[in-house]
Design a protein around this ligand. Structure first.
Ligand code: SF4
Length: 266
């Protein structure tokens, strides 16, 4: 038995399959390195390799077979189907105090999906995310990235307003985020912009604070993720404005880089 195993192994090695596997692994590593190249005019590292999911990075860099994403596209629901499923949601206690569910708004095929925290008072009344003072400022920030509101899709971690704009609680996030996941799958964006601590930590599955996460592009799953301070933070703390503006300029560069990658694969 032992002899037969040894004979088989020496057969594999002499057939050249084993060296080929090593070469393929090294080639893959070269592709991974390619993803990490910093942009010349960006001081912070451009990509942070959050996950080392080979299939994902292979897809980003080489334009190889997209088995995962194709399968995901077939199975993804439309935004309308997700909204219908959400219905008059009573999955957590926030249903008792909300005026309306704030599902999300924007281009259903957006390349950039912005994910905020939860509706505020204005949003709860207007049924749309980011329509108050923070929304106005967000429009200015989007212009820095060369975008208008109609170009992007905007959603929140929670779809109902926590009373007094309290922080989202873990069980509320757990109840509500399956619908956010379905929204991401329906839209299939290139870039997720996470606005503030809660959405950044949820998407990147980390406890690291937003101050450390922002200013860098992270890879998670098949998405580039750009964590940015919540625009509302800059309404109260003006010192955050230059950082927000820097990060939206970084978003512009990231969009261009993703277009280049897609162009070179076409
Ligand atoms: S916050 Fe989400 S889970 Fe809770 S009631 Fe609203 S829609 Fe449902």
């Amino acid at each position: 038995m032992k002899n037969r195993l040894l004979t088989k192994m020496s057969g594999i090695i002499s057939s050249g399959i084993f060296p080929l596997l090593i070469v393929m692994t090294r080639r893959s590593q070269q592709y991974f390195k390619g993803v990490s190249v910093p942009l010349t005019d960006t001081p912070a590292p451009f990509y942070e390799q959050k996950t080392m999911c080979r299939g994902t990075i292979y897809r980003l860099t080489t334009g190889g077979p997209r088995k995962g994403p194709r399968k995901a596209r077939r199975m993804a629901k439309t935004l309308e189907q997700v909204q219908t499923e959400l219905g008059d949601c009573k999955r957590c206690e926030l249903c008792e105090t909300r005026t309306t569910i704030v599902f999300g708004v924007g281009n259903p095929r957006a390349e950039v999906l912005l994910i905020g925290e939860a509706p505020g008072r204005q949003e709860d009344l207007g049924a749309e995310p980011f329509i108050g003072a923070a929304g106005k400022y967000l429009n200015e920030l989007l212009a820095i990235a060369g975008l208008e509101r109609k170009d992007v899709y905007i959603a929140n971690i929670l779809k109902c307003r926590p009373p007094g704009n309290a922080d989202p609680l873990p069980h509320q996030i757990e109840a509500c985020t399956p619908f956010l996941r379905e929204q991401v799958r329906a839209i299939e964006p290139l870039i997720l912009v996470t606005l503030g601590r809660f959405s950044s930590q949820f998407i990147l599955k980390t406890d690291t604070g937003i101050s450390h996460l922002r200013g860098k592009v992270h890879l998670t799953g098949r998405y580039s993720v750009l964590p940015i301070f919540h625009p509302a933070a800059a309404i109260y703390d003006q010192s955050k404005r230059p950082l927000l503006e820097h990060d939206f300029a970084l978003l512009k560069l990231l969009i261009e880089k993703r277009h280049e990658e897609l162009g070179s694969r076409a």
